[in-house]
Design a protein around this ligand. Structure first.
Ligand SMILES: Cc1cc2nc3c(=O)[nH]c(=O)nc-3n(C[C@H](O)[C@H](O)[C@H](O)COP(=O)(O)OP(=O)(O)OC[C@H]3O[C@@H](n4cnc5c(N)ncnc54)[C@H](O)[C@@H]3O)c2cc1C
Length: 328
């Protein structure tokens, strides 16, 4: 078994937040290792929305998921950080005051561990309706790899959150027709994007559910049912995007003696879990105070806080990192 160490920080999960954490850790002069289970860095932004534009990052009017990840990797590579791909962390053990990170490729030793495994495996929420799911990958999709696949098509998007509305916006100049279907009358999405889809003439069906999909060999029609009176609407479609969110898969982490709630691992204001040597940031993290927000900007801030905490804990005489000498 390979045994690599002794790192100041081992970051587990190479999604956007783990990439930023690794950069910032290297930037602060900490000996850093990033461990990623898959063969690609970038997490959800690469696997689920490489071409979608992100428009809620400060100072960046619009950037696709892939561009963001490319930039984060570039930034990480500008400092000294070790990284391993295709290496899944299976447990974290105490090791003479340090932490032993056990993976399917060997053991790594570190003084602190920062958990950024996001939602774990990317398992989409489904409707549990065989009349819909029989078209999986033949007209029915849970994420978009290539927007061009939908050019000039009649596309139906199902869901009421940010992902559904974001994709409706993305399809405005791509698809021939766009339908947005939600079981409630109100969307839980950015107001600016709701305005955009209304102005663009996206056909909105609320409160409707997707009842079935039909077609001979290929998808042809979507049958919608109104939740209030069960009346039906039948619509010609080429593709349906089911954007109902993704399951938080905590199965791996369950055995790691870290306090878990329904929304992930509990962290305090310094992003520390119940184990003082294990911190958490990003989608996996569930703050004990305040609301949980699965947003990049929140995860980036948590990662920065966590690394600055570790830096201070390892080198108490170093000043806390501030960009101002002003004292009140
Ligand atoms: C369709 C969609 C659109 C979105 N749009 C926006 C947006 O516009 N703006 C915004 O702010 N947010 C958006 N988000 C949310 C944003 O993508 C997430 O908040 C962000 O990806 C969280 O990053 P993360 O690094 O915490 O987790 P993830 O991106 O989930 O990455 C976690 C990484 O950890 C790895 N991993 C998991 N378990 C292990 C293990 N045991 N060992 C090693 N590695 C492991 C995974 O393989 C993965 O690469 C969107 C999300 C979706 C699904």
């Amino acid at each position: 078994m390979e045994n690599k160490g002794n790192y100041d920080v081992i970051v587990i999960g190479g999604g956007p937040i783990g990439l930023w954490a690794s950069y910032y850790s290297g930037f602060r002069g900490l000996k850093t290792l990033l461990v990623e289970a898959s063969d690609t860095l970038g997490g959800q932004a690469i696997y689920l929305y490489p071409q979608k534009e992100i428009t809620d990052l400060p100072g960046i009017p619009a950037i696709t998921g892939k561009e963001l990840v490319d930039n984060l990797v570039l930034q990480m590579n500008s400092v000294q950080v070790d990284s391993v791909l295709q290496t899944k962390v299976t447990s974290i053990l105490d090791d003479n005051g340090n932490k032993a990170v056990i993976t399917d490729k060997g053991k790594f030793e570190g003084k602190y561990v920062l958990l950024t495994p996001g939602i774990g495996n990317f398992v989409p929420n489904k409707l549990g309706n065989p009349q819909v799911e029989r078209f999986e990958n033949h007209g029915l999709y849970y994420y978009v790899k290539n927007k061009e696949d939908f050019r000039n098509k009649s596309v139906m998007i199902v869901g009421g959150g940010d992902s559904a509305v974001d994709w409706a916006v993305e399809m405005i100049n791509i698809a021939r027709e766009i339908y947005l279907v939600h079981r409630r009358d109100e969307f839980r999405a950015a107001e600016a994007n709701i305005k955009k889809i209304i102005q663009a003439g996206v056909k909105i069906f609320t409160p409707y559910i997707l009842d079935s999909l039909t077609g001979d060999g290929k998808l042809e029609k979507a049958v919608l049912k109104k939740t209030t009176d069960s009346s039906q609407a039948v619509i010609n479609v080429d593709s349906v995007l089911l954007m109902l969110g993704y399951k938080l898969d905590l199965s791996t982490i369950k055995g790691w003696n870290i306090n878990l709630g329904q929304d992930g691992i509990f962290i305090d204001a310094n992003c520390i879990t119940n184990d003082p040597r294990i911190l958490g940031a990003g989608d996996i993290a569930s703050p004990r105070e305040g609301i949980k927000q699965k947003l990049l900007v929140i995860g980036f801030a948590q990662a920065t806080t966590a690394i600055n905490y570790i830096s201070k804990a390892l080198r108490p005489s170093y000043p806390t990192f501030v960009h101002s000498t002003t004292k009140s």
